[in-house]
Design a protein around this ligand. Sequence first.
Ligand SMILES: [Cu+2]
Length: 670
Amino acid sequence: MFASKILPFSLLISTALLPAVSRAEHVALPDMSVTTTAGERVPYALPQSNLSTSDSGELFKKLPGANINQNGPLTSIVQYRGMYADRVNVLVDGMALSAAGPNRMDSPLSYLPATLVDTISVYRGIAPVSSGIETIGGTVKAESKEAEYGNSEEVELHGSLSSLYATNGDNRSIGAITSLANQNHRLQLSGSIDRAHDQEFDGGDILPTEAERDTLGLAYGFRQGNTELDFDLNHLNTGETGTPALPMDIMAIRGETFNTGITHELNNGGKITARLNYQDVYHRMDNFSLRPRDMMFRQNDTDVLAKGIELGYSQDGWQFGFDADSAEHNADISDPTNAMFFVHNFNEVERDRLSAFAEWSGAVNDDWQMHSGLRLTHVKMDADEVATSMGGMPATLASNFNSSDRSRDDTLADIAMTFTRSLSSSLDLELGFARKERAPSYQERYLWLPLQATSGLADGKNYIGNINLDPETAYQFEVGLDWHSPRFAVSPRIFYHHVNDYIQGVAGGPMESLVFSNVDAKLYGIDTNWLWALTDHWQLDGTVSYVRGKRRDTNDNLYRIAPLTARTQLSYIEPDWRVGIEAVTVAEQNQVSSENEEEKTSGYAIFNLTGDYQLSQSVQLQGGINNLLDRKYRNHLGGYNRVSGNEDIAVGERLPGLGRSVYVGLNLNW
Ligand SMILES: [Cu+2]
């Protein structure tokens, strides 16, 4: 994140222009399949950026089309072009993580603290089928810092450290990796600590938003000749952390992720890969430890056990893959003051996927490059019987659920095609078409008692699942331009998604709940990133993201859709230091969902100051002020306050965004 700061200015510019430049180079080369990894498109990577919080979601928001549904300080749920949660395939170090929490308190990005992030990137627009199973809303990749192999047999010690202090919430974060490596081996130890108190806004405190998270990682890699092996083990321990937009707070998220893989390059140019991954995470949340209790004592103990395997072969522009994974979820609600009370919220819920794909990229003729793929997936889901100590309607719902046939099989077919051509030396055109599918989530299918276990919707509604849901099918169209001159670049994309059987809560469930139902929807919009080098030292850059989400079967809008957002930054850049001012301008959101009784939000602008200074090759200082004017605003994706007893924010009021925060960071590498 800071290493590139020592580059001269001209290189800085070209790093920022990476997507346009790299695509342009690919397009210009006649033998594309030889010079790039077959079937691999370069995802649009995050421009370098200061760390101002411990939450990786803050970094993701800087990408075009990207936003975050924020349910708590560490609970960032990725939104890309209006789709979020189960619809977006978020890969952390290549792994599609399952959530232990039925409300995604452990969202994938929460497994990777900002101090350990190397890059966060998104496949702009239509994600290639090779990027994952169920990519209806795209694929986002978050990669942690990783040691590199050395150049000789001599073993070298290297490492890096990122640290951060921010005044708002008294946020203290540190993350470090250290490694021993030579040309054949690399052994790496990593760790991070995040601590924060409650966050503030101009008008009071946002309660509870304290946060506590530790990670520890051990990785080993071995390469010799044409073969490389790697092992990566990570431990996550999130402690008491508030989620004011949800009915409970995090008490613990504790567990391990493990992944290992081998790649082997054959003499014929082919490449074989095999990967295994494993996730075992326990989670506890409650409604009384971090917030005043205004109902019964409730505690929910949940866990997930997930396993996956990936096999791949690539050669001459072709890529073939076979993927299989399975996740098993449990959740048990209890009352620590009443041992008799229980609800089996989810009991041995299984979601297993078997999937295979083929993808090809290359030149169709002298002008057009094509990248296309087909993926077929079988999703098998089942749930065990449930029970509750409650009588009445809950008991009836449990017995109905138990007597129903709960096993379901869905077959999904994904097709993705993108075509690119250069119109001139500085202008490229991209066209994309896709059909993408997603099977229902386990909550959408098996939530048998009206509850708010909704993968983090945070609309305050009780939902009931629907075993008979059909998969969502999206038809996606995209037109994009990449215009890049030595001093100016802009890459707008216009998109339209026609979604059949979109899964949405609809009124009419028992106990006044919403029933997960198949409806019809469409999402369309435009997003772009742009950069303008005004002089050798002054640079303007930014993103603009617009999406509109509507039902097609009724007049309603889709819920929790990001408002029109622009980020604009003016920077002054010297080889070893840089200062900038960023304006984040957000329009009002009037297009809200009446089905979810969603409230409108007004527009606002906040200004952030950033600066960094490279003291030496190995020491960098960062600092800045976020929300310089301490503007009070409400983030449309921030949810509503669910916590009573806070005289600064009423229950049901949309949560305010963060007030002014002054931060400093020290980065080292060795
Ligand atoms: Cu939870």
